[in-house]
Write a protein that binds this ligand. Structure first.
Ligand SMILES: [Zn+2]
Ligand SMILES: [Zn+2]
Length: 382
């Protein structure tokens, strides 16, 4: 089967597969919009075509309590997840990495949260900051939830990525077995499978949404006949954003508007001389190269961005929002629109230019000005 029929079957035929987004943040987390509530997230998940939704921030009690009435939601399956920041010191060097946790039940959450209090801050912040070695952390969590999945988040990003510029060049240095890693918005499975250290790792992808609008911009297809903690370690395929759209795709210096366009070993900004923020595509080159089999994945561009660019405006307008809602209502969930809908279906609702961009994006024919140093990449009209 090709990607179109696979995705279409998953979205509409209850096929034993589901599309999952397990890494996101709620309204209490830093730089998250205040209307990011369980209700708005669930509504968005339905619009996007997400069938398994992580709670995000589940160790944070106010958010856990907000989500409680929705734990048994029939519309979208809810799974307890969080991101944690682990800080530890080895040989006088400080490390800080982000990890995604997927828990096997809601009941274990208060017990784990209580146990982790000893190691840092879980009470006052939505994404816990904990001060211990990954191995000690996992021992502590798995004593209560043996099945819990532990996934390095946005693995190459300059800040907090295990393989980022302040991290390791070999994932085994973490000292715990890793079965899957998250690509992050700025990387895709093909990039991950170009480095030796990830040749055995399964690849997952999630939105890391800080608002309900960005939910599902990346997601992972999983099997539904096994427990989600196991399923996420054996994913079926991922649905990616074009990695150039990510805000750390290339090296650059935002203040001077300098982005590295070739793959030279330039480390400093030619305008001001300060060090460049190392992009993911450039960071990869510092790791041992070895091409291994790339798992099935598809690249997309969020529909809201397509409609904005097609309308000629810089930011999303009321008109584009209305058109987005119309498209979902008349054609189907966003992921169906982006990946599967026929030209005929699209053209009934959307303007010609938007249809063209959607079809071009399926064939890798779009032009994107790559993101760098915290600035998102931009879709350009070719
Ligand atoms: Zn993170
Ligand atoms: Zn500069």
């Amino acid at each position: 089967m090709d990607i179109i029929s696979v995705t279409s079957t998953i979205l509409f035929k209850n096929s034993g597969y589901a599309i999952a987004d397990l890494h996101l943040h709620g309204r209490y987390a830093i730089s998250v919009s205040k209307n990011t509530t369980p209700m708005t997230l669930i509504e968005r998940a339905k619009q996007k075509g997400i069938q398994v939704l992580g709670t995000g921030d589940c160790l944070y009690k106010p958010w856990y309590d907000d989500f409680k009435p929705f734990f048994d939601s029939k519309e979208v399956k809810i799974v307890p997840t969080t991101e944690v920041s682990l800080h530890f010191k080895r040989h006088e060097k400080n490390y800080a990495f982000h990890f995604i946790l997927v828990f096997s039940s809601f009941e274990v959450i208060p017990i784990i949260a209580n146990k982790l209090r000893y190691w840092g801050n879980v009470v006052k912040i939505a994404r816990p900051e904990l001060y211990l070695e990954p191995k000690d952390f996992l021992d502590c969590v798995r004593e209560i939830d043996e099945a819990c999945a532990f996934i390095p988040a946005h693995v190459f990003t300059p800040y907090f990525g295990v393989l980022g510029r302040r991290g390791f060049t070999d994932i085994s240095k973490l000292g715990v077995p890793i079965s899957s890693i998250e690509t992050g918005i700025s990387a895709d499975p093909a990039m991950c499978k170009s480095v030796k250290t990830l040749d055995k790792a399964a690849i997952v992808s999630f939105s890391d949404a800080h608002s309900s609008e960005t939910l599902g911009r990346e997601s992972t297809v999983v099997k539904t006949d096994i427990d989600i903690c196991k399923a996420i370690c054996k994913p079926v395929m991922t649905i990616e954003c074009y990695p150039e759209l990510g805000k750390y795709h290339r090296s650059g210096h935002r203040k001077c508007n300098f982005v590295l366009e070739d793959f030279s070993d330039r480390q400093t900004c030619p305008v001001c001389g300060k060090p460049l923020t190392l992009g993911v595509a450039d960071r990869l080159l510092a790791l041992e190269q070895k091409k291994s089999t790339v798992p099935l994945f598809v690249r997309t561009i969020p529909l809201a961005q397509i409609l904005t660019v097609a309308s000629g405006s810089k930011a999303i307008t009321k008109k584009s929002k209305a058109l987005y809602a119309q498209a979902i209502q008349d054609i189907g969930p966003e992921l169906y629109i982006l990946i599967c809908a026929t030209e005929f279906e699209l053209a009934r609702v959307l303007p010609d230019l938007a249809v063209k961009i959607i079809l071009d994006a399926r064939e890798n024919k779009v032009v994107i000005k790559p993101g760098f140093d915290g600035l998102f990449g931009q879709l350009c009209l070719s």
